[in-house]
Write a protein that binds this ligand. Sequence first.
Ligand code: SF4
Length: 320
Amino acid sequence: MNNFEKLVEINNIKKYFSMSRGRILKAVDDVSFYINKGETLGLVGESGCGKTTLGRVVNRIYQQTEGQVIFEGKDISHYSKKDYKGITREMQMIFQDPYTSLDARMTTGEIIAEGMVIHNLYKQKDRTNRVFELLNLVGLNKEHINRFPHEFSGGQRQRIGIARALAIEPKFIVCDEPISALDVSVQSQIVNLLMRLQREFGLTYLFIAHDLSMVKHISDRVAVMYLGSVVELTESNDLYKNPLHPYTQSLLSAIPIADPILSANRQRMLLQGEVPSPINTPPGCKFKNRCPHASGDCSEEAPILREVSPGHFVACHLVN
Ligand code: SF4
């Protein structure tokens, strides 16, 4: 993977929020990774682990507290609003909830064309043709152009959200849990659509999800996040065959298996305890109160994300 051209790179990103009484919420705490052109990096973790905040920092919706965001080799961490306008054309976002992410007062055509208007792309007539083209591309049809979001199903609304993201021909899309709110039967249709569009347009994705089963099909590599930190990162196949971090192992053991015999023989790794608060986290490994392998070292020193085999990074004192 390292020989591929990097499109996005983040270095030591921290995103902290100030709370009442001087407390600090460390939503993202020193995260680094890169995404190659045309690649999908899956970003997985339980709700509240910081993955959506990180997606928003990468996509420049949030300004980082510390660290660097590099896009196409340029450090864009401290771009002014004016500079960002060019970058926002290259980076788009597909949101989790197709019911709230579309403006209920706008027609489908207006929603999809909004980015073209903001970036002053195409003449009016050409914009309409482009909207028709996009509707077709995402599996909707011309008749949908004057309808309002409430007239569509969840899957169709997510298709509108995808058409909106594609309208200005971005290179990079943060897909923030784009299938979590959809029926299981519709989830694979949306994943397949995203994969087809990626092949057609050479898109690069950061695909955020809360469980590993959702990212398996679409991701080239997967990063697992726990309480603001990446605890494991490797190629997708490697992660599913050879998970090394106890947290990844527990997430994988929670994925339902369709085969009843395999399912009955599988050892489930149930996590004890609650996810600690990201406010004033105690020293040592953040996973220590839930980890079945925790020892004395784990309370004293936070493990660093290290490369334990080519391209496979793990943050755990037990993994060499
Ligand atoms: Fe468990 Fe210790 Fe590894 Fe943390 S460092 S995951 S507590 S064994």
